[in-house]
Design a protein around this ligand. Structure first.
Ligand code: ZN
Length: 263
């Protein structure tokens, strides 16, 4: 049984509810026709030229991304801008685009649960959440207290990264807070959670100073590197859900280049 875009949107909305998204975010169907039949779904972190090219070659009907394909308001829809140009190309090829962003960060089994799992954190709880929500990030403890360099090596190996940036505050690593992507806004929440170590991406020099001042180890495992692992997980969960409901759509995962390469 083929699934329509609108039916897939409904299922994604159940798996990764839009109400978990931050209010500044733009999640859900970004481009596409409700009644289009979907045979092939391509999951990716980003809606990029390389992902659209793969979607095209794989005859994908919809691309499901983490980062919203449309985020800032668009006042011209032309190919003079690379982003609207890509959207135009997708529209021309009748490839829909759906995005689950901060709702995928927060949701159980999302970006930060996948990270916490990969790092083998135990007694995992949410942090940096509003009211009753679990929170965007996750905090948990390592089975054994670790040296920060040993822990950094573990991160490199599980996230398949050549480099991570370490800002040691002189504390052994035991209670670890994680927030995939760009999590420096939540540094204080990480401190409040009692973590001795915070793993996130997009760390700037003054962020490092801030962390040092607050006596928390900081590890920048890159924005992309901390978020890529969720794509496979989402694809697996989506494929399982679709087959359970009798849909035959294939779920594929895009190959994405590490954008920031340290040489
Ligand atoms: Zn991100």
């Amino acid at each position: 049984m083929n699934i329509l875009v609108k039916e897939l949107v409904k299922i994604m909305g159940e798996m990764v509810p839009a109400r978990l998204a931050e209010d500044w975010d733009n999640v859900g169907l970004q481009l596409g026709r409700n009644e289009k039949e979907v045979r092939v779904i391509l999951c990716a972190l980003d809606f990029s030229a390389e992902v659209l090219e793969q979607a095209s070659q794989l005859h994908a009907d919809i691309i499901v991304t983490h980062h919203p394909a449309i985020f800032r308001s668009i006042k011209q829809f032309t190919d003079r801008d690379w982003r609207t140009g890509l959207l135009l190309e997708a529209a021309r090829k009748d490839i829909a685009v759906y995005s689950a962003h901060t709702n995928l960060d927060s949701v159980a089994g999302g970006v930060n649960d996948v990270l916490a799992n990969l790092l083998e954190l135990q007694n995992v709880e949410g942090f940096a959440g509003e009211d009753s929500m679990e929170g965007i990030g996750r905090v948990g403890v390592l089975k054994e207290i670790s040296d920060i360099n040993v822990f950094a090596d573990k991160i490199k190996s599980v996230l398949k990264l050549k480099h991570v940036t370490v800002i040691p505050a002189g504390r052994p690593v035991h209670k670890v807070a994680v927030c995939g992507g760009s999590g420096m806004d939540f540094l204080d929440c990480a401190v409040q959670s009692g973590a001795d170590t915070y793993v996130t991406g997009d760390v700037k020099f003054h962020d490092a100073q801030e962390a040092l001042g607050k006596h928390i180890n900081l590890i920048d495992a890159t924005h992309q590197g901390t978020e890529l692992p969720v794509v496979n997980e989402l694809a697996d969960r989506l494929a399982l859900r679709l087959s359970r409901e009798g849909y035959t759509a294939k779920v594929l995962v895009a190959k994405e280049t590490q954008l920031l390469q340290t040489v």
